[in-house]
Write a protein that binds this ligand. Structure first.
Ligand code: FAD
Length: 342
């Protein structure tokens, strides 16, 4: 608890994990803290079994495999990892060391990298007892295992990325999939919308869920057309409702970082307005920001390298090329081994 780390990364999603790798690579003593029980952020919590197609170098990779690779890359440098720990308060000590207080312990650090994503997030639920009593009995707000839907008749509710991604990902598993959406405009990527209409998924626009039936498990869903009020009863084994995410940056908002639209404002070095506090990934905002894993990776590298220079002004921001640095490290290790053998 008394050890002062060079960098403490708040949030172990894909961006925080890559930041931890980069910080280790720069020789910084690094700590990674997350409020969730597992590493991987939204990817682990919301779509471990979904394919991701837009991470450089991987034409297609399952969410959980991407996280496994990121963890393997990050742990090479043995960062301290603290899970189930929500970082709550922030203060500067007189020597500019930063003191963070979490739900379970205190963290001392020279630099903070906030990669808190959309904050502590939970899927929105219907909050209607007549629906939510089916949670665990056929009503799902997230998918953990695609196998759970093998040979099932599935109803997907929603028009965002989660709804379309999951409907498409479950095609090879489910017996039949129907997707209902309350409008005719989709928030999902245009490419997913194209794929949806080219798929065997039955799409019903302007439909909403009215009731679920079955005892104890869901067997029927009553849907209605929100313009004509016409009802239809679907025989289903599973209802996947993607109503959006409730996110909350929580106490980070009280630290004094400049915020805009619930996100942390950063400059091109990924610096916040607070000295020694950097941010990257879904949590940041700047002109042109895209909330994607690919952009978050670049931001993490920028933040950590600028953070390294902040801690030790004598080191350059540019890290050098990884191959050259690794070759030098290997040669130094070989020299050391030879010296010890003598
Ligand atoms: C269904 C779905 C599909 C998606 N598909 C794609 C895709 O195909 N391609 C793509 O590029 N992106 C996709 N995304 C978006 C992508 O998942 C995010 O851009 C990415 O996860 C952002 O990573 P991050 O590390 O910034 O944040 P997150 O993944 O949100 O991780 C942030 C972590 O910070 C932790 N945290 C927050 N506050 C605190 C605190 N105070 N103390 C400690 N820990 C804290 C959280 O618990 C969380 O684990 C998708 C998102 C969803 C929901």
């Amino acid at each position: 608890m008394d050890e002062v780390f060079d960098v403490t990364i708040i949030g172990a999603g894909p961006v925080g994990l890559f930041g931890a790798y980069y910080a280790g690579f720069r020789g910084l003593r690094t700590k990674l803290v997350d409020s969730q029980p597992d590493l991987g952020g939204q990817v682990t919590a919301l779509y471990p079994d979904k394919y991701i197609y837009d991470v450089a170098g991987f034409p297609k990779i399952l969410g959980k495999d991407l996280i496994t690779n990121l963890v393997e890359q990050a742990v090479q440098y043995q960062p301290a990892i603290v899970l189930n720990e929500e970082v709550r308060s922030f203060e500067y000590l007189p020597d500019q060391t930063i003191r963070l207080v979490g739900s379970g312990s205190v963290h001392l650090t020279r630099v903070v990298l906030v990669t808190a994503g959309i904050g502590a997030f939970t899927p929105k639920t219907y909050k209607r007892p007549e629906f939510d009593r089916y949670i665990g009995h056929g009503l799902y707000y997230a998918v953990r295992r695609k196998e759970d839907f093998r040979d099932k008749d599935v109803l997907v509710v929603g028009g965002g990325d989660s709804a379309l991604d999951w409907a498409l990902n479950l095609v090879p598993y489910a017996r039949q999939i129907t997707l209902i959406h309350r409008r005719d405009g989709f928030r999902a990527h245009a490419d997913s919308v194209r794929k949806l209409f080219d798929s065997p998924i039955g799409v019903k626009l302007f439909y909403e869920l009215r009731a679920l039936r079955g005892e104890p498990d869901v067997t029927e869903a009553v849907i209605f057309h929100n313009k004509t009020n016409e009802e239809e009863v679907l025989q289903v084994d599973a209802v996947l409702a993607f109503l959006g995410l409730l996110s909350n940056l929580g106490s980070i908002k009280t630290w004094g970082v400049t915020l805009e639209d619930d996100a942390i404002v950063v400059n091109t070095k990924m610096e916040t307005n607070l000295p020694g506090v950097y941010a990257a990934g879904d949590v940041v905002i700047y002109p042109g920001k895209l909330k994607l894993i690919a952009t978050g990776f670049g931001e993490a590298a920028t933040a950590v390298n600028n953070g390294a220079h902040y801690i030790k002004p004598e080191v350059s921001v540019f890290p050098g090329h990884s191959s050259t640095i690794m070759e030098k490290a290997e040669k130094a290790a070989e020299k050391e081994a030879a010296r010890q053998a003598r």
